[in-house]
Design a protein around this ligand. Sequence first.
Ligand code: NAD
Ligand code: DAU
Length: 347
Amino acid sequence: MQNLLVTGGCGFIGSNFIHYLFRQSDFTGRIINLDALTYAGNPENLTGIAEAYPERYVFVKADICDAEALAEIFDRYQVDAVCHFAAESHVDRSIVSPDAFVQTNVVGTFNLLQAARERLDRIRLFHHVSTDEVFGSLGKEGLFTEETCYQPNSPYSASKAASDHLVRAYHHTYGLPVTISNCSNNYGPYQFPEKLIPLMILNASEGKPLPVYGDGSNVRDWLYVEDHCQAIWQIMTRGRRGETYNVGGDTELPNLTVVETICDKLDELTPGAAPRRELITFVKDRPGHDWRYAIDFSKLRRELGWTPSESFQSGIEKTIRWYLEHREWVERVRSGEYQKWIREHYG
Ligand code: NAD
Ligand code: DAU
């Protein structure tokens, strides 16, 4: 893998992955970061990378829905591997306006697969980053395995399920070398503050209400983003082609516990305000809200020896500190200022 195309590299996990590849992995090639810079993509997540690795990093503003642009990029940069993060990623947005989810997650993935298929002799790997949400919802018992039937419940998860199926089909039909990872909820630096953890950190630190959907009993499995990046790289370098791997954090928590943990940690780190738990407000539930996700990642542990290394207690403290120390990033992302900045810099 000498010319690795990373799609969505200015988003939350994609930018963490690029930092990880350059700073903590054995990757020696070049990264071509292709991102459309939607509201969720922020080039500031990669500040310093282009300067530190001028020969090994290129940013290209492009949309994966634009097949012609993809063909040109694959050839201009002699792309020989793909790690595909680009997606519309927020479930609530998919409920309000699903169109972009079908376009980017389904049609965009299809376009990338076509570009790779047309260059089959050169492509060594197409890694597709997916989610545990494709498996639907669990009751009190059980875990998602790689054999669990797909039962996506939201427009977001349905679009990701469709893309997983396309990736699998391109391996089966055309022999494209692929790997797929289905991961649980990530948290950590650079996550757009619409998702539960950064939203709660910021609202709690600003004395704003903390909107918990329903009764807060829904369960998610939490994984620190750097552990996810490490898992992806191990799958890309050592995973069996044509296989899917579940990735999880072994950290199942009800939403209310997550929010209370954030409140208590903030009370400890920035004392003085009234106890943050008083800000918790139960609000109308998300339509079709999946109740529980839980991951069996024993295949990844058994075949590649991967296990998560960050505990939730240490990971959440690091994450809270990061958001408190990056107020400027937060303000720019939230105010839409960075959208203006993107227009000025990238047109
Ligand atoms: P994100 O929303 O933070 O970032 C998405 C990135 O994709 C942004 O930089 C955005 O500009 C870019 N993008 C969107 N549409 C595009 C298009 N049409 N063309 C090119 N670029 C486009 O998302 P994330 O949380 O970093 O998730 C990355 C991937 O990981 C997604 O595929 C998501 O489904 C998957 N995933 C996320 C989680 C999680 O907890 N966040 C868990 C499991 C899997
Ligand atoms: O499981 C992996 C998925 O995790 C990824 O594929 C998605 O891209 C990612 O967004 C995430 O989906 P969730 O819907 O689980 O994440 P979110 O942060 O939106 O919500 C987490 C839980 O918290 C969920 O049960 C809904 C609840 N929630 C969320 C928000 C934003 C609240 O109670 N209040 C809120 O304000």
